[in-house]
Write a protein that binds this ligand. Structure first.
Ligand code: GRF
Length: 190
């Protein structure tokens, strides 16, 4: 059977490291799916250049009128949608078209340290401020609320006493790059 195709969605400032981890895992046969298209809101997203260097198709879809329909066009032929640094809620028609097949990765152990506005450095600052002993990352299904869908996989690490938001972010990011292909693999087997 052909590998399932994935549409990866990045944000306007998306650096694209999780996108790249998914592209490579697909190419190297470490998951039974491959990245078919990267969808970005603007050409200037750093992830766009990375995707082009990897010879992956890029679609620029700007939010606005008919956003959902234009996203669905760009996702044609794909079975999964993976959000990777995409910070908006998805239009309802996209969620309806991909029931239980839209994934997101979050840089903390949900349900803690998630929700609207919890992204980037804020997440790790909150983890440290709360004195949490553990952090990690969560891959979950996406629904109409922020960081709320069923958890597919979590990876954990210990927060060190001298961790800064930056050091914690860097260590969590390494886990993210392992977790996303693993979670996708798990989902294809359900
Ligand atoms: C990651 O930390 C991810 O958990 C969050 O946004 C960040 C995206 O980073 N959703 P990158 O663009 O994949 O490097």
């Amino acid at each position: 059977m052909d590998n399932a195709r994935i549409a990866v969605m990045v944000g306007p400032k998306g650096r694209g490291s999780n996108m790249l981890a998914l592209i490579r895992a697909g190419k190297e046969g470490r998951m039974p799916a491959c990245v078919e298209v990267v969808i970005a809101p603007t050409h200037s997203a750093p992830a766009v250049q990375t995707a082009q260097d990897e010879k992956v198709r890029v679609a620029i879809v700007e939010p606005g009128d008919d956003y959902g329909a234009r996203l669905l066009d760009a996702m044609e032929g794909c079975r999964y949608v993976c959000l990777a640094g995409f910070l908006r809620l998805l239009p309802e028609e996209v969620l309806r078209a991909f029931p239980d097949r839209v994934l997101n990765i979050h840089p903390a152990l949900l349900p803690d340290f998630g929700g609207k506005g919890m992204y980037g450095a804020r997440v790790h600052e909150a983890v440290i401020a709360a004195g949490a002993k553990e952090s990690g990352c969560t891959v979950h299904l996406v629904n109409e609320r922020y960081d709320d869908g069923r958890i597919l996989l979590q990876k954990r690490l210990e927060v060190a006493p001298d961790d800064t938001p930056e050091s914690l972010a860097a260590r969590v990011l390494e886990l993210e790059h392992q977790a996303y292909p693993e979670a996708l693999t798990k989902l294809t087997r359900e």
